[in-house]
Each structure stands twice: as C-alpha cells, then as structure tokens.
Design a protein around this ligand. Structure first.
Ligand code: MIC
Ligand code: SF4
Length: 643
C-alpha cells in the first residue's frame, strides 16, 4: 500500500509505537527551535535535565516575541538565552534577526527532517516538506537532550489543490477557506497534506503561509511536497545541498479528502474573534477601518512585502488609518532596503517596525477602543491585540494594503492588472546575527547570565490517590491559551517568573480566579470543547499548577495544551457524557478516590459531585507512558525517575 508524505517522514523517524491513527508513537527529532517567550522556561528545564550539550542535528533559539524592552526583564531573558545557547550547543538568533518561523524556513529548514518548536506555528516548516510540530517547552527540552517526542499517530487529510489562484487572491485565502470548511477544531489529531496540480502554482513562502496557519485548525501539522519549487527556493538561499525531492506515493490512502479549486477562491477575511469565522470580502461589505498591520510569521516574506510595496507605490495611507509593517526577517528587510521597496513603504506613510512578532502578540500597536484592525496575522482571539474591544480581521497582505489606502475594507481585485511577483534568483545571505555555540571543550568557560526576574519553575508532586477539591472556575467552549495565560506587553516580561505571571491567569475570563484558586489551595477547572486551543505556551499549564489546579475536566482538549498539562502533572479529563458539564457549577465540591488505581486499570474515573450529590464518569484516555508520567507528577519527575 502506498504511503502519504507525512507517513513516510514519520516512519523514517519512528522510535516506538505503531503507525495506527489514534495510537501513541514516539519519533526522533532532528531539529528544535525556541522563541524567547517560551524559551527561557525551556532552557531552565533543559538545564534541570543536566544534559551538557544538545543532541539534535540543529537547535536554534530565536529572540522575536519579547522585543519591547520597557524594563530589564526581557533584555535579561535575552542574555540568559544567549548564554545558555553558547554553552550547550544551540545556535542563537539575535534580536533583530527576525521571526523564528520565517528565519528557520530561510536558513535552517530541511525537507524530510523532523522539527519541534516551542511555538504553535512551527508547522511553517511544512512549507518545505518538513514534519514540523509545535510543542510545549518541556517537550522541546527533552528533544534537545536526545529524548523521543511522542504524539498521537495522526490521521492524514489530503487537501487536493486544483486550478490556480486568480490575480490578487492569495495563499492566505487558501488557508482561510480551509478554516471556513474545517473550523478551529477540524484538524485535531490530523496532519493536513497538500497535494494536486495546484501545488505547483504556489511558491515556498505561499506554502508556508498555508502550513503556518494550519495551527489554527488544531492540526498536528501541515505539509507540502518538496519539489522543483522547493529546490529553487533552497538554491536561492544558498542551500541547494539541503534539497531532496519528496512526495506521497501515487496510491497513498488518505483518511479524508478535501477538494479546493484555487481558481474559484475569492478574497476572504476571518472576522472577530475566531480564525474560522470566515466571510468573503463581499459579504462583509465596505466596512470603515482604523488600523492595518502587515507582518507576523504567517505573512511577512519578501514576496508578501513586494506585493504590498507595489500596491502602496506613489500613494499615501488613508488619513484615518494607521499602517504598520514588520518584515519577517533581517533578510527580508535588507532586501527591501536594497531594492528600493522599503523607501516606497516609508514614502506611503507606513510605520516600519522591527523584524519581530510585535503587534501579533500584543507587543505594541494595540488598536483604538472598538478599533477595526485588518491584520495579516493568524489569530484574532478577543483581547489578544491588547485592546479588549478591538475588532480584529485576518486578511491577506494584498487586501490589507489595498484597504490601508482607501480606509475601508477593499477587494484587492479592484486594483487592476496584477504584475507577476517572482522570488529572486538569489536571496541576500548574511547570517551575522546568528551566533554559533562554543566548542564542547570550551563550554565550561561560558557563564550563564541569570537576571533577577528568572524564578525557578513550580515543581509538581506525584499524583494523590484521593482528590477532593472545589471547582475554582467553569468556562465554556473554545477557551484559548490566550484566555488561560494572556500575553501582551505588560504580561510577557513575566514569562520566566511563574508566581508573578500567574496573577494574570484567566484574568480575561474572571479577574478573581487567581485569588480564589490560591485561597482554595487545590482546585479543579471545568470547561467545554477544544479547551486550550491556540498557543503552545506551557505557562497555561505551569500557572494553574502553581495555583494548585489538580485536574481539568472538559468536553475535549486541544493537542498541545493537553500535552502541557500532562507534562505539568495536571490530570486532563474529559466528560464521558457531555451533559454532565451542565450539572456542575463553579465552587461545587468534586471528589475522586482510588484515582491512581482507576487510571492504571482503565480509562475512566468516577467523580462525585459532593455539593449536588451525584456521581459522573470522566475519561482519562491516555497512553501508558502518559499515565505513568501523571502518576510520577509530570515529565521532569518522570524523566528523573527513569534516568
Ligand atoms: C502565539 O502566537 O500565541 C505565540 C505567542 O507565538 C505562542 C507562543 C507563546 O505564547 O509564547 C504560540 O503560538 O505558541
Ligand atoms: Fe510571533 Fe505571532 Fe507568529 Fe506567534 S503567531 S510566532 S506571536 S508572529
């Protein structure tokens, strides 16, 4: 039987388990990446493991999230990460060098390799045929130490692309269409594999836009074949030797097939407050806008910027609109400067930001009250922009630039003929902002620099056999990790200080949660479906751990967050009968006995709602390894016990 591309790469890296969808498999990881907002924790965890040098083929640390330095915290963390990298064998991409996913695609990604990153948009690497997966910091730390990475063997969905995009319709519209059809939960437990004739019409940066935002489907990852277009891209990056042609077998069997005719797509936008709330520009109409932000790991490539420059050339940003642009990497910014496009952007009135995540993670450029902001980003969760009532629409760079000029949502197809936008034959290569580690024999000479904001991470305890605790919080469906552990310029500098950052835990849903949880000492959270979607931030598990949360009972979980809970020693439980969700209120007392034996023996645990006087069943549908890890009290304890 033929294999899909994803299956081939997974099989090549299989360490344990059987490639049967739904079963746990362990894979060998060739490359890792971290960014600074999750990296400090990941490197503290790596240090705690006591492995002197990373064992991967390539590990890279990027500084791109916490670049607003209005206090010592972020700068201290950058220095900490830089020094750890130097010592332990990790390449360090300095602040200013760009967004992790963009730079990794340009300089390090290799078709057929496996990559895990402590950032949910790591699947960007799927644009050049990698199996690139977002993970929690602890999983990345273990992989750096040479440990196996475990996932649930995914189902493979084929997205069969036919036709060719019409002028001014973009790669962003492809992924928005997939999100419109499949929703933010549609990819859970699946890898999305792009195939078909239409693939050949898409450049590597366009493919990377699509795989990047596959994270919003909840997918394990997304992947494109590695073909002649990949070859040309790697050659233009001076890395032709990294090219291997890779594709699915002609008779590969997929679990699902989605047909998309590129020729039929139209400009789309994801409306507030979810990436799957997708409408066509026509349906939304000529809405007045206040702000446009172009950039983020989804749409900040040279190709994107050249399109924007073409649209803005000789024009002025509408007087009622603020336009900011963050090119994705130093390479992109450099090339824009060299070819004159940067002058065009500046001339039109764009506010040029440094090559970093910036407004995407609420690091500045929050819109005005109730402001309508068009962004080329990948997430528009409520409050993420930094303005609670901001109305964020996710759109293509073409649509964003056209609208920045008119002040209203504008169909880019009104721009007239579209010139052909081609990638350069050679990119400008200068890796002077990537610091290599010292040789192993010199590692003792490197001092790790720790700022006062870096506090040890909370240590979890082995699982208790009886858990009696109140429900400290009840929330609804689609809770994101931005709800659980918000980001933004004020909170992000606390990423290496769990006691402090936990003051903001769930503040978006309930400002009193932190105090209540601390007062209760131990508690249980109850939630709806797709709980923990979005970011990979393990802080969304570490802060609840610090606040005494012992278990989370929900209708269903998002993949990375569930793994992070297990790593932190918090039991993820799902309702066997979802109707029981309605029978629990916040502050009800819940009790379970013989927890360890029940989890060891089967996949269910009986919970008593002491307050309301009834029993209900929850599923703890985990692999034996995950069960052992929970019983040991999380990944670090488990690793220590097994060492
Ligand atoms: C995000 O886009 O939400 C982030 C910020 O990049 C996160 C990581 C983080 O919270 O640090 C992600 O996507 O994993
Ligand atoms: Fe950075 Fe935004 Fe991409 Fe996250 S989604 S890595 S914050 S640019």
């Amino acid at each position: 039987m033929g294999m899909t591309l994803a299956q081939k790469i997974l099989k090549n890296h299989l360490v344990c388990g059987e490639m049967i969808p739904g079963q746990e498999i362990g894979i060998r990881i060739d490359q890792t990446l971290t960014q600074d907002a999750t990296g400090t924790m990941a490197y503290l965890e790596f240090e705690a493991m006591g492995v002197p040098r990373v064992k991967t083929e390539r590990s890279v640390a990027y500084i791109d999230h916490n670049t607003l330095q209005n206090g010592f915290e972020n700068a201290d963390d950058h220095r900490f990460i830089g020094s750890v990298c130097k010592k332990h064998g990790i390449y360090f991409s300095r602040p200013g060098n760009g967004i992790c996913h963009q730079v990794h695609l340009e300089r390090f990604g290799i078709p057929g390799k496996t990559l895990i990153g402590s950032d949910s948009h790591t699947p960007t690497g799927g644009g050049i045929g990698m199996i690139a997966i977002g993970a929690g910091g602890m999983d990345v730390a273990v992989a750096m130490g040479g440990g196996t990475y475990y996932i649930t063997c995914p189902k493979i969905v084929k997205v069969n692309l036919t036709g060719k995009l019409s002028p001014w319709v973009a790669a962003k519209d492809v992924i928005l269409e997939v999100l419109r059809r499949l929703s933010v939960k549609g990819g859970v437990g699946k890898i999305i594999e792009y195939c078909g004739e239409g693939v050949k019409t898409l450049s590597v940066p366009e493919r990377a836009t699509i795989t990047n935002m596959g994270a919003e489907l909840g997918a394990t990852t997304s992947i494109f074949p590695s073909d002649e277009i990949t070859h040309q891209f790697l050659k233009a990056q001076g890395r032709e030797e990294d090219y291997t042609p890779l594709s699915a077998d002609a008779d590969a069997i997929y679990d699902e097939v989605v047909e998309i005719n590129l020729s039929e797509l139209v400009p789309l936008a994801a409306c507030p407050h979810s990436p799957d709330n997708v409408k066509s520009v026509e349906e939304i109409g000529a809405m007045k806008i206040d702000q446009v932000c172009i950039g983020s790991c989804t749409n900040s490539s040279l190709l994107d910027m050249l399109k924007v420059a073409h649209i803005l050339k000789g024009k002025t940003v509408h007087p009622d609109v603020s336009l900011s642009i963050a090119p994705g990497s130093k390479q992109v910014l450099n090339m824009l400067a060299e070819n004159g496009a940067l002058a065009i952007l500046i001339d039109a009135g764009a506010r040029i930001l440094e090559s970093a995540c910036g407004p995407c993670i609420g690091m500045g450029q929050s819109p005005n009250s109730k402001g309508i902001s068009l962004r080329t980003f990948n997430r528009n969760f409520e409050g993420r922009s930094g303005t609670k009532d901001g109305q964020i629409y996710l759109v293509s760079p073409e649509l964003a630039a056209a609208s920045a000029l008119t002040g209203v949502l504008t169909d880019p197809r009104t721009l007239g003929d579209m010139p052909e936008f081609k990638l350069p034959e050679f990119f400008t290569i200068n890796d002077n902002m990537i610091v290599p580690p010292v040789a192993e024999e010199d590692m003792d000479s490197v001092e790790v620099l720790r700022g006062p904001n870096i506090k040890p991470f909370p240590v979890s305890e082995p699982m208790a056999d009886e858990i009696t605790a109140k429900c400290s919080l009840k929330v609804g469906d689609n809770i994101t990790t931005d709800h659980i552990m918000p980001a933004g310029a004020k909170i992000l500098p606390l990423r290496s200080n769990i006691p402090k950052i936990s003051e903001y835990c769930f503040a978006v849903c309930d400002e009193k949660f932190h105090d209540r949880a601390l007062e209760l000492k131990k508690s249980i959270i109850v939630g709806g479906s797709n709980y923990g979607q979005g970011s990979s931030r393990e802080h969304a598990a570490l802060a609840p751990l610090y606040l005494g949360v012992k278990a989370v009972i929900v209708k269903s979980f998002a993949r990375i967050h569930m793994a992070n809970l297990i790593n932190a020693g918090i039991i993820p439980m799902t309702f066997q009968d979802e109707a029981d969700y309605d029978r629990i209120d916040q502050m009800d007392e819940l009790s379970m006995t013989d927890v360890i034996a029940q989890i060891q023996k089967g996949d269910t645990v009986t919970v008593t709602n002491v307050t309301k006087g009834f029993d209900f069943t929850v599923k703890v549908d985990l692999s034996d390894r995950q069960k052992d890890m929970l019983i040991a009290g999380g990944l670090l304890n488990y690793t220590k016990n097994n060492a």
